[in-house]
Design a protein around this ligand. Structure first.
Ligand code: AMP
Ligand code: GLY
Length: 432
């Protein structure tokens, strides 16, 4: 066999999609995934390896012994903890920003100051470490200062969109006074409430050039019609029509390119994926947040539409030659992913339930299954092992057809207590 070997760090549905797409490249001989998962290991050409992802010298040693061409880092935590800073000097090429670059996600206070400095459109805000001062601001601000955020990484949980000033003040107490998110909440960012449609705009970058991916939309709430508690994401679709082509160009120039240029001006060469969480308001797209990595579950749908070989794209990013590569996407198809979750999720959920219907789903044309929380039961069958268990993804010639196919695929997968949303992409239909 010829071709390169690559290592993906992580083990969720996003990393499954990245492994699947990398394995599809004729230039890739073997994809390794650490720690990976039982589900990821079911993919052809993908092998999971037991590496301690905090032990950087051990990872570097293993990469050298196994002639790894580059490492793709999936989640934010290792990036924010400096995995790229540790591996790069040891001669390992990495796709993902350094610790300083990851601040754009891991430190919202820093990120907002950065956005203001480089005139990246975003909600007005103020940061506080003192609860009394924060509450005083909520009560007197000239704009609805109702969004309260823990500045640090809080596994997607540290943001409260308050219905009124009392709720916003309570969020300040939870975060600053009661340390609900530990040190991630030693600073709060209080923001102006923005209204509109949320769209995820991700871009590949080599630190100079940005190559923007088609717009996608995530579904955070657990229930149909965007009801119930927030989750890690119950589904996604792409392309999302809730942002116009002109607005998309603005996001490319005024948000993503400006951020990469600004980071460079700050002495940070940002390589990897820059994810802009945008609110498309009446007065145009505004940046809610940056993430320093691929989104989950956006990546699962995006990878099914990427035409260019992912290995080539990542290689161009790590080698600084992205400008010379034309990254193309399938513009004739839409892709919809429906997450199937365990009973109880996003609260305490059941595990160990035998999953049926997977063979039927994988035989459907244009359909893929990406695993997030799957393990092997005593008799060798696949069983649920997480809150979000898997995502059924379908492509079709229209968003409506793709949504219908993905929902039908999700209906074929079963285990006791399984639940999924039946309305993924609905905002695209009500607004079209
Ligand atoms: P973040 O992690 O900063 O993106 O916030 C998480 C979620 O909170 C976003 O996906 C939005 O749904 C919501 N959110 C954050 N900031 C705002 C804002 N300024 N106005 C309205 N909603 C917001
Ligand atoms: N889908 C949202 C995220 O990955 O942060």
């Amino acid at each position: 066999m010829s071709g390169g070997k690559v290592l993906v760090i992580g083990g969720g549905g996003r990393e499954h999609a990245l492994c699947w797409k990398l394995a599809d490249s004729p230039f890739v001989q073997q994809v390794y995934c650490a720690p990976g998962s039982v589900g990821i290991a079911t993919t052809k050409k993908v092998e999971c390896v037991e590496l301690d992802i905090k032990d950087y010298p051990a990872i570097a040693k293993w990469c050298k012994e196994n002639e790894i061409e580059f490492v793709v880092v999936g989640p934010e935590d290792p990036l924010a903890n400096g995995i790229v800073d540790a591996l790069t000097p040891l001669g390992i090429k990495c796709f993902g920003p350094t610790k300083a670059g990851a601040e754009i996600e891991a430190n919202k206070d820093w990120s907002k100051t950065f956005m203001n400095k480089y005139q990246i459109p975003t909600a007005r805000h103020k940061s506080f470490t003192d609860a009394a001062a924060a509450k005083e601001f909520i009560n007197t601000a000239s704009y609805p200062a109702l969004v309260v955020k823990a500045s640090g990484l809080a596994a997607g949980k540290g943001v409260v969109v308050a219905a009124n000033k009392e709720e916003a003040c309570k969020a300040v107490d939870d975060i600053l006074t009661d340390s609900k998110y530990g040190s991630a909440g030693s600073t709060v960012v209080i923001e102006e409430l923005l209204e509109g449609d949320e769209v995820s705009i991700l871009a590949f970058t080599d630190g100079e050039t940005v190559s923007v991916m088609p717009p996608a939309q995530d579904h955070k709430r657990v229930g149909d019609g965007d009801t119930g508690p927030n989750t890690g994401g119950m589904g996604a679709y792409c392309p999302c029509p809730l942002i116009t082509p002109d607005q998309l160009l603005d996001v490319k120039d005024q948000v993503l390119q400006r951020a990469v240029d600004g980071l460079k001006a700050e002495g940070i060469k940002y390589v990897g994926v820059l994810y802009a969480g945008m609110m498309v308001t009446k007065s145009g797209p505004m940046t809610l947040e940056f993430n320093c990595r691929f989104g989950d579950p956006e990546t699962q749908v995006l990878m099914t539409l990427l035409e260019t070989d992912l290995y080539k794209v990542i290689k161009a990013c790590v080698e600084g030659t992205l400008k010379q590569l034309q990254v193309t996407w399938n513009t004739k198809l839409s892709s919809v992913g429906v997450v199937i979750a365990s009973k109880g999720y996003p609260e305490t959920y059941t595990k160990g339930c035998v999953i049926s219907g997977l063979t039927q789903v994988s035989s459907l044309p244009g359909t893929e299954v990406f695993y997030s929380g799957v393990s092997r039961g005593a008799n060798g069958s696949l069983v649920s092992a997480g809150g979000r268990v898997l995502l059924a993804c379908a492509r079709a010639g229209s968003l409506r057809a793709a949504a219908a196919a993905a929902t039908a695929a999700a209906a074929l997968v079963d285990f006791p207590g399984a639940h999924y949303r039946k309305d993924i992409a609905h905002r695209a239909f009500t607004n079209m």
